[in-house]
Design a protein around this ligand. Structure first.
Ligand SMILES: NC(=O)C1=CN([C@@H]2O[C@H](COP(=O)(O)OP(=O)(O)OC[C@H]3O[C@@H](n4cnc5c(N)ncnc54)[C@H](O)[C@@H]3O)[C@@H](O)[C@H]2O)C=CC1
Ligand SMILES: O=C(CO)COP(=O)(O)O
Length: 360
């Protein structure tokens, strides 16, 4: 079998950090992988230069991962279709609001045997709510399902406690790959990501892995709010625990049959911890409370073009829960949306936690 060609679709903070890993593993396994990794770059001008040219000439993403060298076998390509042409493995890693538009541009261009893996933490809310599967779920669609539906290819997921700057520093961490066809797709995907400092477990319970990744961003917003209100670590621990309980209940309701063990993988409790202490969602939500500025303003001021996915995910989760009449069962998720939307004061969050069904 000829070596597989890999394309990374996305070049933000996480996309660039993962490019360091994928650039290295593809070079290490020449029998399995073509060493040239194409990375689709959403072109922009940074300090008067095209970002793609800076990446190709200086091997650094000066906007989204400054100060870190990208392997020279990672090649920035600005034409999306060209970046995927002939690729056997597609790594999706863009903020989730851009997935649909990206996939639609690729329709008819991706062979059915292409393997895809999504590193995207978010969900898709289908407002039309058509189709048996989304109707049952009040419009909920996983990002992997959205990609699969549009491109007709199998999609695995990779989620974990992986703050991109720390991964880019090569600090030790773990991640979980969720693969419905574990025996078929798992070994190659593990080879693509597993390194001494980025340890991969592959599990079959892919829906749970993906939902853990999406929902922890909502919990991180709650942690940011309590930080902004000046509460300490005990409150944050309660937020993490109640967030985990809501996550397990959410998964059980919308995707029944999950394996409890999956919540103990890196994608579960570990990602909740790291994001609630060190993530961007936590940071912008803390600033939202402390400054009284809008979420869009604090995101712009603090993240330099990066994106906090929690507020958007909270809205999508809320709309869907509301439609299926379940919002009262998920007071933390509901409160995060209402606070982000300006419908509830941040200080009221603790009342929601105090009256949580877990305490009844
Ligand atoms: N940054 C992190 O620490 C981690 C992020 N993730 C997840 O990975 C996904 C991607 O996150 P990041 O790489 O951090 O992205 P990011 O937050 O750095 O977002 C910026 C990226 O969005 C792109 N972009 C802006 N406008 C666009 C448009 N109209 N169309 C397409 N792309 C556009 C920019 O070019 C840039 O590549 C998210 O779902 C995030 O939750 C997962 C693990 C860690
Ligand atoms: O997913 C992440 C860590 O695993 C990153 O979280 P933030 O998007 O909140 O920075």
């Amino acid at each position: 079998m000829s070596p597989k060609k890999v394309t990374i679709i996305g070049s933000g903070n996480w996309g660039s950090a993962i490019a360091r890993i994928v650039g290295s593993t593809t070079k290490s396994f020449p029998d399995e992988f073509d060493p040239t990794v194409r990375m689709w770059v959403f072109e922009e001008i940074v300090n008067g230069e095209k970002l793609s040219e800076v990446i190709n000439n200086r091997h650094e993403n000066i906007k989204y991962l400054p100060g870190k060298v990208l392997p020279n076998n990672v090649v920035a390509v600005t034409d999306l279709v060209e970046s995927c042409e002939g690729s056997n493995v597609l790594v999706f890693v863009v903020p989730h609001q851009f997935v649909k538009g990206i996939c639609e541009k690729l329709v008819g261009k991706i062979p059915a045997d292409t393997q895809a893996i999504s590193l995207i933490k978010g969900i898709s809310f289908d407002k039309t709510n058509q189709g048996v599967s989304t109707e049952k779920r009040g419009g909920l669609k996983l990002i992997s399902e959205e990609i699969k539906e549009i491109l007709k290819i199998e999609v695995s997921v990779l989620m974990g406690a992986n703050l991109a700057p720390e991964v880019a520093n090569d600090n030790f961490c773990e991640a979980t790959i969720g693969c419905k066809r574990k025996a078929e797709d798992g070994p190659l995907l593990k080879k693509l990501f597993h390194t001494d400092n980025f340890r991969i477990n592959v599990v079959e319970d892919a829906h749970t892995v993906e939902l853990c990744g999406a929902l922890k961003n909502v919990v991180a917003c709650a942690a940011g709010f309590t930080d902004g209100l000046g509460y300490g670590d005990n409150t944050k621990a309660a937020v993490i625990r109640l967030g985990l309980m809501e996550t397990t209940k959410f998964v059980e309701h919308y995707y029944p049959g999950s394996n409890l063990q999956t919540f103990f993988e890196s994608c579960g409790i570990a990602d909740l911890i790291t994001t609630c202490y060190g993530g961007r969602n936590r940071k912008v939500c803390e600033a939202f409370v402390k400054t009284g500025k809008s979420m869009a303003e604090v995101e712009k001021e603090l993240l330099n073009g990066q994106s906090a996915q929690g507020p958007l995910t909270a809205e999508e989760v809320y709309l869907m829960m509301h439609k299926t009449g379940l919002d009262a069962k998920f007071p933390l998720f509901t409160a995060v949306h209402k606070i982000c939307a300006g419908e509830m004061k941040p200080a009221e969050l603790v009342d929601c936690l105090r009256n949580h069904p877990e305490h009844m």
